[in-house]
Design a protein around this ligand. Structure first.
Ligand code: BG6
Length: 487
């Protein structure tokens, strides 16, 4: 066992939804599949006055709900539960930290991970209190959930206040999309193969599309979501991080700073949007009642916690441009929405047409080379190539070379949170976001928020169960492209 296999993980917001739905199930899996876990200690912190037994009962019930039946076993859960503890305290009250000090004891050399699964407005207070209580050791790290602030100023304030307690190398800003297996596979594909690099530029690539479509609505987060909207919830972080992985230059190594330096350059190369660009190149939408998967669902305004007449967007599509030598002139179409027709997260790289069409194309379908990286529902890679239709005539048809990770690699895939939690424990920052990346992302997003606030792009309605407002098709069709909507 290395020193890093022995750790205290303290989850603020430990009885909340993120903890129950993602963090504890992820830890359960890692615990079940790790040989020696005798050094693990997981402390959930919440305001609710629960005894350890009451907390464990709730966690087990939620675990059963969120862990696939084939992976859940009472004995594995019971072994995991031995590592779990609960402290009821008010994390905003400095005096309450004596409970935590007592529970953690004097384990200065042990790795301590403080996970902020709370609202971001509490990050600074909690970190300040941890500092004052003397709980921050050189072996401590803090994990910050998104959204980090509402804009550049609030993000800078949170980063500054957290930075007064933790050094930058101790701060793990999580973007769980970076923990997805398919995203890491894109890094492998780009930098572990010679095949694509010479084609990976404006000379050969016509456009890039990144879609994260969800079928769920705002679920039980209505009130919280209404103050955020899709641009802050998904675009400022997940979609821009995916764009960075597609567009970055090869780093000199996969060390955290080498990777993050290159991602930062991409964020800084994003062409700033004027109010006129925002009107022409962004679409914001809100779902109304409709049907998803055959079931009727309410509109956004009918969801619990949403104020009457809310103008919060649940869909956004943007045409972005990366102004550098590699990408000049290549549109990056980004879109995300709730209550869409399918759950689909994809990066689609469309290559240019051949310079001279020698052979006829026999069928409909896209007569071009396309690389489709699917993050969900089923992780995989498809490369569309043109092949001859069998028979006498010499005609072409698109076919795809298809790599499904689930079929190729047997066994379950790690969930994003499993990888990222263990990376935080092991002090690996590569898949976490650096402060200057957050700032650069906000810098690009802010003018869009500003223009929207002054009616630069009116809110469009779309029926739940569709692919978003029709104007999002117009955004791309007028340039001769179409959204790729096949899983
Ligand atoms: C979160 C957003 O970051 O990502 C949610 O806050 C969204 O609104 C979720 O539903 C989507 O994550 P995934 O991994 O289910 O696609």
């Amino acid at each position: 066992m290395t020193p890093q296999d022995s750790f205290d993980l303290v989850i603020f917001g430990g009885s909340g939804d993120l903890s129950m739905r993602k963090l504890l199930p992820a830890l359960y899996h890692r615990h079940r599949d790790t040989r020696d876990t005798s050094g693990w200690r997981i402390l959930a912190i919440g305001r609710q006055a629960l005894t350890r037994e009451q907390f464990l009962a709730v966690a087990q019930e939620r675990g059963r709900r969120h862990i696939a039946a084939a992976d859940f076993s009472d004995s594995a859960w019971a072994a995991f539960a031995e590592r779990l503890d609960y402290i009821s305290m008010d994390c905003a009250a400095a005096a309450d930290y004596t409970h935590l000090v007592k529970r953690l004891g004097s384990t200065g050399e042990r790795v301590r991970v403080f996970y902020m699964a709370t609202t971001p407005t509490l990050f600074s207070t909690i970190c300040g209190n941890l500092g004052k209580a003397g709980l921050v050791t050189p072996q401590s790290r803090v994990v910050l959930e998104k959204p980090l602030g509402r804009d550049l100023a609030s993000a800078a304030r949170i980063n500054g206040e957290v930075g007064a307690v933790f050094a930058e190398h101790q701060i793990f800003r999580i973007d769980h999309y970076l923990g997805k297996e398919a995203v890491q596979n894109l890094i492998a594909l780009r930098f572990g193969n010679v095949l694509f690099e010479s084609l990976w530029n404006r000379n050969c690539i016509r456009d890039v599309q990144i879609t994260i479509a969800e079928t769920v609505g705002v679920e039980d987060r209505g009130e919280f979501y209404d103050g955020i909207g899709a641009l802050r919830d998904m675009m400022q972080n997940h979609l821009l991080q995916l764009l960075c992985i597609v567009a970055m230059e090869p780093p000199t190594s996969i060390d955290a700073d080498a990777m993050r330096d290159e991602k930062l350059k991409v964020l800084r190369a994003l062409r700033p949007m004027s109010a006129k660009d925002v009107a022409a190149q962004t679409v914001r939408g809100q779902y109304r009642a409709g049907a998803v998967g055959g079931a009727a669902v309410p509109g956004y305004l009918e969801e619990e916690g949403i104020p009457a007449g809310s103008e919060t967007e649940t869909f956004v599509a943007i045409k972005a441009q990366v102004d550098n030598w590699r990408w000049a002139g290549v549109p990056f179409y980004l879109r995300t929405g709730k209550r869409m027709q399918e759950r689909l997260a994809q990066i689609v790289v469309t290559f240019r047409d051949v310079p001279h069409a020698l052979l006829p194309v026999s069928t409909s379908g896209s007569p071009c080379n396309r690389l489709v990286i699917t993050l969900q529902p089923d992780e995989g890679l498809k490369l569309n190539i043109m092949a001859k239709v069998p028979g006498e005539a010499m005609a072409l048809r698109p076919v795809s070379l298809d790599l499904s990770f689930t079929r190729t690699y047997r066994g379950r895939q790690w969930e994003a949170y499993e990888r990222l939690l263990m990376d935080a424990v092991h002090g690996k920052l590569t898949l976490f976001v650096r402060r200057d990346e957050v700032d650069a992302a906000w810098r690009w997003v802010e003018p869009i928020l500003g223009a929207w606030a002054t009616q630069g792009a009116p809110l469009k309605q779309y029926p739940a169960g569709s692919w978003g407002p029709v104007s999002s098709n117009a955004l791309i069709v007028r340039e001769g492209h179409t959204w790729h909507e096949e899983s």
